[in-house]
Design a protein around this ligand. Sequence first.
Ligand SMILES: Nc1ncnc2c1ncn2[C@@H]1O[C@H](COP(=O)(O)OP(=O)(O)OP(=O)(O)O)[C@@H](O)[C@H]1O
Ligand SMILES: [Mg+2]
Length: 451
Amino acid sequence: MPRPTTRHLCTQCGHAEAKWHGQCPGCGAWNTLEPQRGAAPAAGPHRPAARAGSPRRLRDVEEVRLRRLSTGLAEVDRVLGGGLVPGSLVLLGGSPGIGKSTLTTMALAQLAAAGRRTLYVSAEESPAQVRLRAARLGSAALDIPILAETSLATVLATIEAERPEACVIDSVQTLHAEDGTGAPGSVGQVREVAGQVMRVAKSGDTAVLLVGHVTKEGALAGPRVLEHLVDCVLQFEGERERTYRTLRALKNRFGSVDDVGVFEMRDSGLVEVLDASARFVGEATRAPGSVVLAAMEGSRPLLVEVQALVSESELVPPRRVVSGIDRNRLALVLAVLARHAGVGVGAADVFVNVVGGVRVDEPGADLAVALAVAGAARGVPLSGPGGGPLACFGEIGLTGELRSVAHPDRRGAEAAKFGLTPLLDPERAATLRDAVRVAVPRPSAAPAAAA
Ligand SMILES: Nc1ncnc2c1ncn2[C@@H]1O[C@H](COP(=O)(O)OP(=O)(O)OP(=O)(O)O)[C@@H](O)[C@H]1O
Ligand SMILES: [Mg+2]
């Protein structure tokens, strides 16, 4: 019999240590190691005798066609790689109030309307609360069977009895496994819950959507330990007070992780924004400090407006405020603008915003940020070839050169759809100085449009 021992598990990353440490050696977080009692894992000479398995050639393994359940939400299906796969476990992470319950309820409503057996397990809200939301989402949502329960054993027994084709568990952190250690939401519990749910999902061919909360720092708390276990990890992002939310896959065993779905929160629930570029371009102001960025959201091109404001500052050091881009990237762009393109904003406050609450985390955004700041600093409106907004993309190198980025053709095609070509890109301007000269002429110079 293995001797019972105490291990210390990190509540952030699940790292195990024999002794307690103030800082987790796994992820570097402080005060996250918690004692867990349990049997020591069997090892070495104590390993029980087992019969050897018989490996087969892959060619001899019977072929299965992957079936997919359509959630009826085109953007969700796309991010999943074509729909929910029966028997798979999908983890949906997002910060509080972002709309996880709304999204999963809408998906189940569509599945129920298509004649699929569904089940909504709410371990957080009462049936009355869930009904209130469902009523907002339309009458199809009222047909979803709900189970308000926090006991994992009861939930699993219900799934086995009802055998739903699609099931939502909201949330993995509030379910309680009777035989697991620790409080609900702790690493031990979350792992136990997910492991047992997975067994039932696979045996009953049920597609399970596990909802998980995200910490303030943006990491999937607790559920990080589940990323290896589940088939697909979806991240629902956006700022609560903004309209647009994005859904992206961080991991997907049945499809690519490149696709992104864009949604808008309305009274009637989340509405898919299929023509996101049209929205953002239509709203572009064309005032000094505004430029259109031909960005890539995964494999999907997206046109977004980048705005900058440069104003005199009373503060030392002046303010650098960003929304939707990385603050350090702005510092780099400002340094290169000053050193290599003759646009110095050293003593001024600089604000940069990607309109619509979209976040662009790609080097291709550099040129748009630089041109928006240059336009704002000089008070010059940037206009494109047809008199419309100027669209651009490109990475800025430390020596002031413009560097090419991925998918120039797709970015160009998206801009062409809205008559914003030719784009200002590394093909047309070799350096940031050239790009600024073309797009942001000094106010005294001839008011030539970017050509
Ligand atoms: N009548 C309404 N009109 C528009 N938006 C609404 C309305 N009611 C709620 N919302 C939006 O829905 C959000 C809550 O959605 P939901 O409950 O699905 O989020 P959640 O991610 O499940 O939250 P939690 O972390 O609390 O479980 C609110 O933050 C609000 O933005
Ligand atoms: Mg919720």
